[in-house]
Design a protein around this ligand. Structure first.
Ligand code: FAD
Length: 382
């Protein structure tokens, strides 16, 4: 017997892709915003989520709609104290509301961009942003039963996914466990409560480290562990797990799930911390210089900019371009964020990425410049 899940028929025991899990659901005609294209966003609303978290809602100055997959992020740039600063922020709004796009930003003590956004972003203020990127999306782990685990601002990609599922009218089987320091730190608390009232298959559990100013709150206090997980989600082993939060939290969750016998291939995580984002990072897999290894030089031509520079095969294209005074869009320098995704029109590179590009993009000739070293002369679509 087949079992109806959303509008698809799924054989018992099998999980099939559906509308929510298909990347094509989110591709709106004429709204493509490639990750290397910078657009100007106009702030239309700012709302306080908690004492140190705000949501900034934007519309596009060019009037085009936004198209992205839930869970993806944009790279915003601003000139702060005379320096161009870029940071990635997950789109917290769902792609089902394409006229606006929102990011939800937690203030980082001493942090440049998060504090600048909190202090300067008001209705009418403009912000530059590179297009959506990232593979932490429903299509990376198609499944009918989901477990979302988040902590702090890591809630944002999972919120976009949850909002999208509800907007599509999908009564998805989602258990969403969000960890926060205290009840006052819970982001999107009221909205998630409303969602639970709308969908009998969505369950939200808030785990707080301390009761804060709600000593009588009935929800779990402490940290998420196997006992608490088994108690609230006895079928967690049957679920595709999506996790986002601080590194320590994600490590603990991964260990907890391993210990509980969850299948590691059904685990997906997004980190908000790039290991290294230094200006002249050599990128993953750096090799000795060409002089040291006796390799030859290559010519790199930027087709649209009409610029050409030479480099050896030991450096990434991104680093060589910067040294040649040709700055390319980039953010993480680690093959993670996808901001430097570029089409190679001619030539070949050796790319060692860390998940920032999809196989179908590679098939289309796209490469990440931060982790690609030339193996021939190149012509790039830049
Ligand atoms: C894919 C992705 C998605 C993300 N999504 C979100 C999101 O949805 N919401 C969100 O809030 N964040 C998100 N982030 C994190 C975000 O990109 C920023 O890292 C975060 O906002 C901090 O940036 P900042 O400029 O404020 O801090 P930074 O200026 O980068 O500082 C970070 C820390 O380093 C310290 N520091 C800075 N400079 C120095 C120095 N010279 N010496 C010593 N210490 C220093 C600061 O004090 C601070 O503690 C995401 C990150 C990634 C990679």
């Amino acid at each position: 017997m087949n079992v109806a899940v959303d509008s698809c028929f799924i054989e018992p025991g099998r999980e099939m892709p559906d509308r929510f899990c298909s990347a094509s659901t989110w591709e709106l005609a004429d709204t493509q915003w490639p990750s290397h294209e910078q657009r100007t966003l106009t702030c239309t609303r700012v709302s306080a989520e908690t004492h140190d978290v705000r949501t900034f809602v934007f519309s596009a100055r060019d009037g085009r709609l936004f198209s992205f997959e839930p869970g993806q992020f944009i790279t915003v740039s601003a000139e702060i104290a005379g320096k161009e600063v870029s940071r990635c922020y997950t789109i917290s709004s769902p792609p089902t509301r394409p006229h606006t796009l929102s990011i939800t930003v937690k203030r980082t003590p001493g942090g440049v961009m998060s504090n600048w956004l909190h202090e300067n972003m008001r209705e009418g203020v403009e912000l530059k942003a590179f297009g959506p990127s990232g593979v932490f999306t429903p299509s990376s782990g198609p499944a009918a039963k989901l477990l979302y685990l988040s902590a702090g601002s890591g809630v944002t990609p999972l919120m976009s996914m949850t909002r999208a599922a509800l907007d599509l009218g999908l009564n998805r089987d989602i258990v969403f466990i969000h960890s926060a320091r205290t009840p006052e730190d819970i982001i999107f608390r009221n909205e998630l409560a409303c969602f639970c009232a709308l969908s009998d298959k969505l369950r939200v559990v808030h785990v707080c480290e301390a009761p804060g100013n709600e000593p009588d709150r009935s929800g779990p206090v402490g940290r998420l562990g196997l006992e608490l997980l088994s108690q609230h989600v006895p079928d967690y082993r049957d679920r595709e797990v999506f996790i986002c939060g601080p590194g320590g939290y994600m490590d603990a969750c991964r260990k907890m799930l391993e210990e509980g016998g969850h299948e590691p291939s059904r685990y997906h995580q997004e980190s908000f911390n790039f290991a290294e984002t230094t200006e002249y990072a050599e990128g993953p897999g750096a090799e000795p210089s060409a002089e040291a290894s006796g390799r030859i030089g290559y010519t790199v031509q930027l087709a649209r900019a009409g610029r050409t520079f030479t480099m050896d095969g030991s450096q990434t294209v991104l680093v060589a371009a910067r040294k040649a005074g040709v700055p390319l869009p980039s953010s993480c320098s680690q093959g993670i964020c996808g901001t430097c995704k570029t089409k190679v029109l001619d030539g070949s590179v050796d790319m060692k990425h860390n998940g920032g590009i999809r196989p179908r993009e590679i098939d289309k000739g796209m490469r990440l410049m931060c982790c690609s070293r030339p193996t021939s002369d190149l012509i790039l679509d830049l």
